[in-house]
Design a protein around this ligand. Sequence first.
Ligand code: FAD
Length: 457
Amino acid sequence: MQTSVVVFTCDLRLSDHPPLRAALHGGGRVVPLFVRDPAVDAAGFAAPNRLAFLADCLRDLDAQLRERGGRLVLREGDTVTEACRVAAEADADEVHMSSDVSAFAHHRERRLRLALEAEGRRLYVHDTVSTVVVPGAVTPASSDHFAVFTPYYRRWSAQGLRDAFDAPSALTVPTEVGSAPLPERAAVSGVSPGLCAGGESEGRRRLTAWLRSGLAAYEERHDDLAGDATSRLSPHLHFGTVSPVEVVHRARRAGGAGAEAFVRQIAWRDFHRQVLAARPDATARDYRTRADRWRSGKDAEADAEAWREGRTGYPIVDAAMRQLRHEGWMHNRGRLLAASFLAKTLYVDWRLGARHFLDLLVDGDVANNQLNWQWVAGTGTDTRPNRVLSPVAQGKRYDPDGAYVRRWVAELADVKAADVHEPWKRPARERASTGYPEPVVALAEGLERFRRARGRA
Ligand code: FAD
């Protein structure tokens, strides 16, 4: 009987899982394997919130497999060594996994292929597990990737989608292959108190609820900070507990303007992946240099620290930064405002901000995080690289009655709506009594500094 190994990475689900489907095709045995690899931690990809979410995902995956007569095999160590070892223990002919775009993933895939081939086994790498459209499948005439979203989206939308596959109903895992104990969320320290739950069961529940009651109003409400009217599927898409292909199929079936706007956001995810696939160094280097000489030294560090702590004196930025710390997640409009404030108003290197986001975000993802940071900093794919978002104007627009600020900034909980985005306008005595900080920099000063730095003064 044929035996295959399926190496799970950022695809922690049984539904719509092409590698698992291929492994089960001949009706043989399969070893569902996840390797906890210290190299992932060393590369800076691990963070308490993501480790806690991962623990939920692995436990749920194991439970789902057990319901079907199988179980998850967990190993710790180098992915290549462990996958080869498990393949040898199970006497497997084939190993299946999904493709990924980072330099780290490419290197891992190459090493695994060579190591398996040396032992007479084959590696099969499957596309459209973590993306809807394969990175590089659509390209402009003159380049290996799209650098502008709108033309990419046009081509992306015209691509035919494969069907979404059901989860297998049963599988057989060889008994001779042992597993390390599964991690527990409670054993991870430093986790945000409001972190959401992980796992495919939770991801599917959230997706179904979202399609039923959130999607239709997405277009009008997605920027309403206090309304919290986005899908919150990002951690599930990051860990692959929901399938992006299935999400797009189901959203399109639901139809309407909300579905269209939502699917467009999923295309942004693929857009960043195709940029990263073509330019793997964009995780750390400017995609388009603007010859920035970012501020450094004590003052810049103090400003960056105030930003990390949510104490810049700009309520909408501070609310967003405090949401990040409390939940390990932040609303997209908050991410835009917080990132613009650091990289442009404070003129601090986007890499510092991206690092802090990666340390806390449960959906923290090198493609989406680094390339969105670059987009906001004006070193990426934004066609208007020098625009600066005003936290006051944006606060008034996207949090008009201040409910989002009051939710996250306790010092301003009793401030009336008219003052909530400009608390410095209140009388001095009132300001002193709340303990909320004065602005780290005047907006006009920050703007002038940025324009000078970019040669636009
Ligand atoms: P929804 O509005 O419901 O959108 C649905 C899905 O579309 C999201 O789950 C996400 O997968 C995708 N999406 C939405 N907006 C974007 C976008 N701008 N770029 C790429 N994909 C998008 N997203 C991450 O998944 N991981 C990150 O590390 C990350 N870092 C970011 C850093 C900055 C500075 C900025 C401005 C944005 C970042 N984003 C990141 C994108 C976006 O903010 C989040 O995906 C979104 O807020 C997640 O909430 P949601 O699932 O409710 O999104």
